[in-house]
Design a protein around this ligand. Structure first.
Ligand code: 99T
Length: 198
């Protein structure tokens, strides 16, 4: 299999961590690309019409894209347990992906849009989504996060570390002590260390 990859992408990182945690790293050739909405990587076109990463080419079927689809496919392929929590697990993953979406939109606004056209109110609204997501994790999800690892844990860790990486001023730890301490523990996993962006 061939994975379209960039180390800064939190969506790609979810896939890489699933590969680590389910013992499938050797089955994938990592193909690093540089892509952005305004300058898409041309070689992505055959694998994902939306020109986004991650995308996964496989020998025995059409390419897969979107981290949720790829992670669930890889878990099934390895007969893993990352979705055993059912709908709770999927809602937790969706919450984390929503944090990622807001943070990535902020990155594009800051990096791609000409400075004089940047819209502070819109950036603040995305930051508000990140903080609301973190508050929900702190209020509702800590018991789940202290249970067996699933795709929700992986997505939350990727989202929070991406916010630290691109938008450290967001200070998501303020008021979220349990989440901050969970993240400090989770970050010590080998799969997290091996996939640190940079
Ligand atoms: O939007 C584009 O055209 C290019 N962007 C991407 O490929 C980003 C890279 S994160 N990936 C997605 O938006 C995938 C979202 C999808 N729902 C999924 O796979 O879950 C790059 C972040 C950075 O460089 O800071």
């Amino acid at each position: 299999m061939k994975l379209f990859h960039a180390s800064a992408s939190p969506y790609v990182r979810k896939v890489m961590i699933v590969l680590h945690e389910t013992g499938q790293l050797e089955d994938v050739e990592v193909h690093t690309v540089v892509t952005a909405p305004t300058v898409p990587a041309a070689d992505l076109k055959g694998s994902n019409p939306l020109m986004k990463i991650p995308a996964l080419e496989r020998a025995d079927g059409p390419a897969l894209y979107d981290s949720r689809v790829i992670c669930e496919f890889l878990n099934a392929r390895a007969d893993g347990s990352l979705y055993d929590g059912g709908w709770d697990t999927k809602v937790l993953e969706a919450t984390a992906d929503g944090i990622m979406d807001a943070a990535v939109l902020m990155s594009y606004e800051k990096r791609l849009r000409p400075e004089e056209k940047q819209w502070d109110q819109w950036l603040d609204a995305q930051r508000g989504k990140i903080l609301a997501g973190c508050a929900a994790l702190e209020a509702r999800w800590m018991a789940h996060l202290h249970g067996p690892i699933d795709i929700g844990h992986i997505a939350v860790a990727c989202a929070l570390d991406y916010v630290d990486f691109r938008h450290p001023e967001t200070n998501w730890r303020r008021g979220n002590d349990s989440l901050a301490s969970w993240m400090a523990d989770f970050e010590s996993r080998a799969s997290m260390a091996a996939t640190k962006p940079g």
